[in-house]
Design a protein around this ligand. Structure first.
Ligand SMILES: [Zn+2]
Length: 276
C-alpha cells in the first residue's frame, strides 16, 4: 500500500522516467475490478488523456498525482504503478495503461481496492483527494509541533494511538504500515488510549512521525513495498511482516503481532508496554 514514503518516492521516479513524454494511447478498465474506482466513465479516459504531455508528478498523502497537460491523473493508495521501458514486458491485467511516445508504458493495477482517477484540472471533488491536498505533509516544515498540537482534542483523546495517527485522514498518508515504526521509535504501544498519553510522549510521537517518515522517504520507501521499477524500498522496517517474532533491535525481545482496527499491528512488548 502506498503511504507517504512510497508516494513521494514514486512521484520522484516518475519525474525521472516519464516527465515530458507524450501519452499516445490509453487503455482503461481492460480488466474490470469490482473495487477499482474511476472518475466518471473510464471509457472517456482515452479521449481525455491521448496527446497530453506528462508534466510534474507529486506525492499527496498516500496518493500520486501526475500533471498531464490540463488534466490530472491520480492513483490512490491501493494501486500498483509500474513503469516498463518496453511494452512487451507489460502485464496483461491492469486498470489503466498509458503508452508513451518513446514506446515505454505506465501500467497501474488495483490490488484489493483503489482509485484510478483521470480528470480535467479543478473538476475532481473526491473528498480524500481534496483533504490530502489541503493538509500539511509531515515531510514539510509547516507540519510542526504547533500544528501537531492542534490535532489533539478532547474527542481524539478517546481514541487509541493507532486510530489517532492513522484514521480519518487526520494525517493523510500515514496508514497502518508506516505507523508501526513510528510508534516503535516513540516507544508507544498502538493500542494505548490517547487520553493518558503525556505531553512528553506526545512530543516524542511528533518527532517519531517527522523523523521516521523522512528516513523512509530518503531511502526510497519501505522494504515491504515496491517502487515504480518493481524494486523493494531501501528502508528496512523494524516492525513488519518481515520482522515478526524476530528479536527487537533495542532489547532483544521477540516482536509480537495482532489484528487490530482492520490491520495487523506489530510491537515490542518491552519497549512499547501496553500497561502504564
Ligand atoms: Zn524492545
Amino acid at each position: 500500500m502506498l503511504e507517504i514514503p512510497e508516494s513521494t518516492t514514486i512521484a520522484k521516479q516518475l519525474n525521472e522516467a516519464v516527465l515530458g513524454k507524450t501519452i499516445c494511447n490509453v487503455v482503461a478498465n481492460s480488466s474490470p475490478h469490482k473495487f477499482a474506482f474511476y472518475h466518471g466513465d473510464p471509457a472517456y479516459y482515452k479521449t481525455l488523456l491521448s496527446g497530453q504531455v506528462i508534466g510534474e508528478s507529486v506525492g499527496i498523502g498516500a496518493m500520486i498525482e501526475i500533471f498531464a497537460g490540463d488534466c490530472r491523473i491520480v492513483f490512490g493508495d491501493g494501486v500498483n504503478l509500474h513503469y516498463y521501458n518496453d511494452s512487451v514486458k507489460a502485464p496483461s491485467k491492469h486498470q489503466l495503461l498509458l503508452e508513451l511516445n518513446d514506446g515505454s508504458i505506465l501500467v497501474s493495477s488495483v490490488q484489493m481496492y483503489g482509485a484510478v482517477l483521470a480528470f480535467k484540472e479543478e473538476t475532481n471533488d473526491n473528498k480524500y483527494y481534496l483533504i490530502a491536498k489541503e493538509k500539511p505533509s509531515p515531510l514539510n516544515d509547516n507540519f510542526n509541533i504547533i500544528y501537531f498540537n492542534t490535532l489533539r482534542t478532547k474527542e481524539s483523546d478517546k481514541l487509541s494511538v493507532k486510530a489517532f495517527l492513522a484514521t480519518q485522514q487526520r494525517i493523510p498518508g500515514i496508514g497502518n504500515g508506516v505507523l508501526q515504526d513510528i510508534l516503535f521509535h516513540a516507544r508507544i504501544h498502538p493500542k494505548r488510549k490517547m487520553g493518558p498519553i503525556t505531553e512528553k510522549e506526545y512530543i516524542n510521537m511528533f518527532h517519531a512521525v517527522k523523523e521516521t517518515l523522512a528516513e523512509m522517504t530518503r531511502l526510497g520507501g519501505r522494504d515491504t513495498e515496491k517502487d515504480l521499477f518493481g524494486s523493494a524500498g531501501g528502508y528496512k522496517t523494524v516492525l513488519s511482516k518481515n520482522t515478526v517474532w524476530k528479536p527487537c533491535p533495542v532489547c532483544g525481545t521477540a516482536i509480537q503481532k495482532a489484528s487490530y482496527l482492520g490491520g495487523v499491528i506489530y510491537w515490542c512488548p518491552v519497549c512499547q508496554p501496553l500497561a502504564e
